[in-house]
Design a protein. Structure first.
Length: 123
C-alpha cells in the first residue's frame, strides 16, 4: 500500500526504514530491536509528518510508538479514518484526523506548502 501511495503522491517522500526491513525480511527478534527502534526514532525526528493508518481488523503496535514519538517531538500526526487503537491520544493538539487516505494526501500536500516544499516535490 505504501509503495502504491508513493507512486500516486509524488509530493510525498515516504521515508521509513521499517519498510525496507519488512521488504527484506528482517526478523522481528530482540537482537535487531535496538537498532530498529533507533532507526525508527531517527526517521520520525526527520519527518515533516507521521501518517497513521490501520486497516479494519488490524491492531496497531509500532505505529502507536511512532505517533507517541511524533507528539513528543511536536511533529504533526495524521490519523486516517476511525480505529479503536487511536484511543484518546488522537485528540492531542499535534494530531489531525483525515476521513480517508485521499484526504490524508491532501493534508500532507498542505504541510508541504506550509514548509515551502511544494515546489520541489519532496515532503
Amino acid at each position: 500500500m505504501w509503495r502504491e501511495l508513493s507512486r500516486k503522491w509524488p509530493h510525498v517522500l515516504f521515508h521509513a526504514r521499517w519498510l525496507k526491513h519488512n521488504e527484506i525480511g528482517t526478523p522481528d527478534l530482540k537482537e535487531y530491536a535496538g537498532r530498529f527502534w533507533s532507526e525508527d526514532e531517527q526517521d520520525v525526528k526527520c519527518a515533516d509528518a507521521v501518517l497513521v493508518y490501520a486497516a479494519e481488523g488490524e491492531h496497531l503496535r509500532g505505529a502507536l510508538v511512532e505517533a507517541g514519538m511524533a507528539i513528543a517531538f511536536k511533529i504533526p500526526v495524521i490519523v486516517v479514518g476511525e480505529h479503536p487503537d487511536y484511543g484518546t491520544w488522537q485528540h492531542h493538539s499535534c494530531v489531525e484526523r483525515a476521513k480517508d487516505i485521499a484526504e490524508a494526501g491532501e493534508m500532507l500536500k498542505h504541510i508541504d506548502e506550509m514548509l515551502g516544499l511544494a515546489q520541489t516535490g519532496h515532503g
